[in-house]
Design a protein around this ligand. Structure first.
Ligand code: GLP
Length: 241
């Protein structure tokens, strides 16, 4: 794994956008794996800003998001569908038909949806560059500690810590989801390149375990050590002492 340390969150966001745009330049019909959460917001802002300023073309780009809450409608303000529209998709020219996010709507047959999602990634020829964040507990996408290293896209229970974090953005606390659909650890490792982003001192321990700890199901992001082409881009706070 290659570790890049940016001085702060702004520099991290710019560097992440630069890596994405370099990949786009090399392959205009790039397929991206995309994250949500607070960490990538600066990267999406930088991408939108540069898309406008540099008249970039995303029309051949295809995207697969890493995860989505289960039991939350697509139009719900806290769904990852809404997040992606607001932060990115509404501002660049990626055709809607090229945008893929698991559907966690109430009543959905999650097993069927997960199978469809895996097939869509496969039929698309896989993911060129997958960008991921990391949970303070070491989760990647919604693969919580204990997730099998050979796991595929599936419905999962969220940990109490993840539910508490999600609760910060849900106005109605009783509506905070307890479950999600997530790409599996093995599905993530099939991407040709991976960029892991982490910002802030509260991520330092998870980053250290991902980089230097043993590869273990108790620290799902440590599985990235098994992949030949991973960049870990952190700010100084997330790098820790
Ligand atoms: C969420 C998301 C993950 C994300 C992580 C970190 O649970 N499902 O994909 O990487 O938490 O989020 P944040 O960037 O807000 O710290």
């Amino acid at each position: 794994m290659r570790l890049l340390v940016a001085p702060d969150y702004t520099a991290l966001s710019e560097a992440a956008a630069e890596l994405v745009l370099n990949a786009l330049h090399a392959k205009p019909n790039l397929t991206l794996g995309l994250p949500t959460g607070e960490t990538p917001i600066g990267m999406y802002n930088a991408l939108v800003r540069r898309y406008r300023a540099e008249h970039l073309d995303f029309s051949q780009v295809r995207t697969f998001n890493l995860d989505e809450y289960l039991g939350v409608g697509l139009a719900h303000p806290n769904s990852y569908h809404s997040y992606m529209r607001e932060r990115f998709f509404d501002h660049v020219n990626i055709p809607m038909v090229n945008q893929h996010i698991p559907d966690g709507s109430p009543g959905i047959d999650a097993a069927v949806e997960c199978e469809k999602y895996e097939s869509a990634i496969r039929d698309n020829g896989g993911i060129d560059l997958l960008i991921a964040g990391i949970g303070a507990n070491g989760h990647i996408a919604f693969n919580e500690p204990g997730s099998p290293l050979d796991s595929r896209t599936r419905a999962v229970d969220l940990s109490p810590e993840t539910i508490a974090n999600a609760g910060r953005s849900f106005h109605d606390k009783s509506a905070v989801p307890r479950r999600a659909i997530t790409m599996g650890v093995a599905s993530i490792l099939e991407a040709r390149r991976i960029l892991l982003l982490a910002s802030g001192a509260h991520k330092a321990d998870a980053v250290r375990r991902a980089l230097d700890g043993p590869v273990a199901e108790s620290a799902p992001a440590s599985a990235l050590q098994l992949h030949p082409r991973v960049i870990v881009l952190v700010d100084e706070a997330a790098r820790g002492a």
